[in-house]
Design a protein around this ligand. Structure first.
Ligand code: SF4
Length: 378
């Protein structure tokens, strides 16, 4: 199993972000205590399973302090059974990285960093309302490398160049001078109720046309492939052996336990659950026992699971295994679906092999439309 901890704090709100976080940092002690209580409570459900991946995301986990990390690490060892070689990732923002912070993370067993760089262009970083500069990103990653970290992801955002200065090719080339082992590259999307959404409504920002975003996607793909990375999932690239084991669990339907406000869990069979996205309610529930019902669960039908498999499987370079639809979900592929598959194959959007189906690059660009055709109907 994998375990995810959501650390719901950020220094400031990036304009595009709709994740759950608060910029009020004063509750960190109470939040960490609550996370530990949730872990203690829920670890029972997962007894007997060994933890293969640990991931701290957010929010900004690097806003936690040494005592928080030590308490969390102690709790992880107390309540969970860890397998021998755990992939242990922590998301950090460049402005939080220091020699001391890195050594604390190393001391508790963290062996992978995911650094929120997003761009190497200060004008873009400012426009995104990021809390750091490009120079801080360089210093953070260099410092980590000097201290022996050799499994580093950097996040990169593209698809805004019609509005901002510079170009994706140059930006990404700059990023690669940092020699990361992994790059997560996302097209900028306008999420509801974000600052970017308001800018769009006030006509201060016009998202680029889809063709321009697609062009950017191909640029990103070409640059990263030339750098020797595998494009192993729609938004993820890695050097050999450095693909994210934790995130791969989400795409292959493996079980994971999510701890913290807004965190999701999946039992690997059919039950998915998620916590309320509210820091105060979460703390009141776990620390003060003042609030009930902060977790919602749903049982997925075979049809739901088969549709999720289309959704997650086609994002990966491995694609979906044809046999799985009958063997795991009791949903053999229908004639209608086969017709759709052949249609998308004929236009070079899908590749249909003997045992599996994968998206081509072109297909990844219209994945939503492909999925509409492939979903099992009621
Ligand atoms: S630091 Fe990350 S989680 Fe926080 S607002 Fe920015 S993008 Fe969102």
């Amino acid at each position: 199993m994998g375990i995810y901890f959501h650390i719901p704090f950020c220094k400031k709100a990036c304009h595009y972000c709709d994740f759950h976080f608060s910029t009020v940092l004063k509750n960190r002690d109470e939040m960490v205590e609550s996370l530990i209580r949730e872990l203690a409570y829920r670890a029972n459900e997962w007894k007997g399973q060994s933890v293969k991946t640990i991931y701290f995301g957010g929010g900004t986990p690097s806003l936690l302090q040494e005592k928080h990390w030590n308490d969390l690490a102690n709790a992880i060892h107390q309540f969970l059974h860890l397998s021998e070689r755990v992939e242990f990732t922590v998301e950090v923002n460049p402005d939080d990285v220091s020699e001391d912070a890195l050594s604390v993370l190393k001391s508790i067993g963290v062996n992978r960093l995911s650094v929120g760089v997003q761009s190497m262009d200060d004008e873009v970083l400012k426009w995104m309302n990021r809390a750091h500069s490009a120079e801080q990103a360089v210093s953070a990653i260099r410092l980590a490398q000097e201290n022996g970290w050799d499994n580093i992801n950097v996040d990169f955002i593209y698809g805004h160049r019609q509005y901002t200065s510079g170009n994706t090719h140059e930006d990404l080339k700059q990023l690669l001078t940092l020699q990361p082992q992994h790059v997560s590259a996302y097209a900028l999307t306008v999420e509801q109720k974000t600052a970017l959404d308001f800018q769009v409504k006030k006509k201060q920002y016009t998202p680029p046309a889809q063709e321009a975003v697609v062009e950017d996607f191909f640029t990103v793909h070409d640059v990263l492939i030339q750098a020797g990375m595998d494009h192993y999932e729609l938004s993820n690239y890695a050097l050999s052996g450095k693909a994210s084991q934790h995130n791969s669990r989400y795409w292959s339907g493996d079980p994971y336990l999510g701890i913290g406000p807004s965190a999701h869990s999946f039992d690997g069979i059919q039950t998915r659950s998620w916590n309320l996205s509210n820091n105060q309610s979460y703390i009141r529930h776990f620390l003060h026992k003042e609030m009930e019902g902060i977790t919602t669960a749903e049982v997925l039908s075979n049809r739901d699971r088969a549709n999720e498999y289309w959704m997650t499987g086609l994002r990966t370079a491995q694609g979906v295994h044809l046999q799985k639809f009958s063997s795991d979900f009791d949903q053999p592929i229908t004639i209608r679906q086969w017709q759709a598959l052949r249609k998308w194959e004929a236009t070079d959007h899908l590749h249909i092999g003997e045992h599996s189906i994968t998206c081509t690059l072109k297909g990844w660009m219209v994945l939503d439309a492909i999925l509409v055709d492939l979903f099992f109907e009621e």
